[in-house]
Design a protein around this ligand. Structure first.
Ligand code: SF4
Ligand code: SF4
Length: 346
């Protein structure tokens, strides 16, 4: 398994170094200027519909393109007081969705409490699941637990074939992921009429934009159904963000400039209007607030005029914030757009 950038003490291990690298790329126009041309500058949220909580950077995998630089050697884990503050915010404010991410979020010892409390408050809960975690001996309870609490699963699977998936995620990951999907299907996930949502997420295996989402979904449905009997609700196609390990991957191949230029050239005003930071507030493992999980990994916090930790949460001030942007944001606005919920134009 690959070591994380942090473990390697890689120069791009810090958010500041990544931001400096991104800002060093000369582009035809900056992201703020592109937004301005679309009548969207300064970029502001339309509300807070999703509280996305990153409970820690520990993961059982070290995928090549991980924007979190997650892996087994990471130790960051959300402390109890931060977790309680997240739940208090949900209790006190009508935010409809809790989106739990990591690392592998299920590795957090309080994962079950977070899920059951939020569901008890009547909130929609999303688990960003890497699938293989459900195959580990201590986590075999997960499929039935998630089904019992009607947790929506967003599961990452780079491709419907083993070679491409294993290249990105590690040997044997594809086979384990298919076994996990089959088990989830047997519990009703992805099956019509059960209400158990199983969405798959795919990202390109290299430095190119994802295919059109609707066509890719048809292809995946056919291939996974025919070859493995797997069904799912929707397929989300997401763009690889030039952050953390994918930025390192680009740099190593001297592709950073070309990739960012490609993203910038593909700027789509309609996608820009729908970027996820307009509806999401992201919480880091230590309670700091960010406009999105990508900004979180770049140590780019919410602007200084608004509350900057979950302990100081103030809905009106945060909903009125100006989003902090940088060149990586072109990854959200290229082509069909990209977000944690896939392409923005379907
Ligand atoms: S991409 Fe997901 S599964 Fe892979 S290392 Fe990162 S957090 Fe873990
Ligand atoms: S990277 Fe984050 S801040 Fe930038 S456009 Fe995307 S969601 Fe918004």
């Amino acid at each position: 398994m690959l070591p994380t950038l942090q473990k390697q003490q890689h120069p791009l291990a810090t958010g500041a170094a990544q931001l400096a690298r991104l800002h060093a790329v000369r582009l035809e126009r900056s992201f703020p200027r592109a937004l301005d041309g679309a009548g969207l500058w300064p970029l502001q949220p339309t509300g807070i519909d999703i509280l996305q909580v990153n409970v820690g950077k520990k993961c059982n995998q070290t995928c090549r393109h991980c924007h979190v630089d997650a892996g087994p050697d990471r130790t960051e884990m959300m402390p109890d007081d931060v977790l309680e503050a997240c739940l208090a915010v949900l209790r006190d404010h009508p935010i409809p969705t809790l989106d739990i991410t990591g690392g592998a979020p299920e590795l957090h010892p309080a994962f079950r409490r977070l899920v059951t409390t939020a569901r008890g408050l009547g909130r929609r809960v999303i688990d960003r699941c890497n699938l293989t975690i459900t195959r580990l001996p201590n986590y075999r309870y997960l499929p039935a637990f998630l089904a019992e609490h009607q947790v929506e699963i967003v599961a990452s699977l780079p491709y419907y074939q083993a070679r491409q998936t294993d290249t990105q995620r590690g040997d044997g990951v594809f086979e384990e992921s298919i076994a996990a999907l089959q088990e989830l299907n047997a519990l009703g996930y992805g099956q019509p009429g059960t209400g158990l949502v199983l969405n798959l997420v795919t990202n390109p295996v290299g430095a190119f934009l994802p295919p059109a989402q609707a066509a890719a979904e048809r292809e995946w449905r056919e291939r996974l159904g025919r070859q493995h009997g797997v069904v799912f609700t929707h397929l989300f196609t997401i763009t690889n963000m030039p952050v953390s390990r994918f930025l390192e991957h680009l740099d190593e191949r001297q592709q950073t400039e070309a990739y960012l230029a490609r993203l910038a050239q593909a700027f789509n005003p309609a996608a820009a209007a729908g970027v996820m930071c307009r509806t999401t507030l992201s919480v880091g493992w230590d309670g700091r607030l960010y406009d999105c999980d990508f900004n979180q990994q770049l140590d780019l916090p919410v602007e200084s005029r608004v509350p900057r930790t979950i302990f100081e949460f103030e809905a009106a001030a945060l909903a009125g914030r100006r989003v902090a942007v940088a060149p990586h944001c072109f990854g959200c606005t290229a082509g069909g757009g990209s977000s944690c919920g896939g392409a923005l134009d379907g």
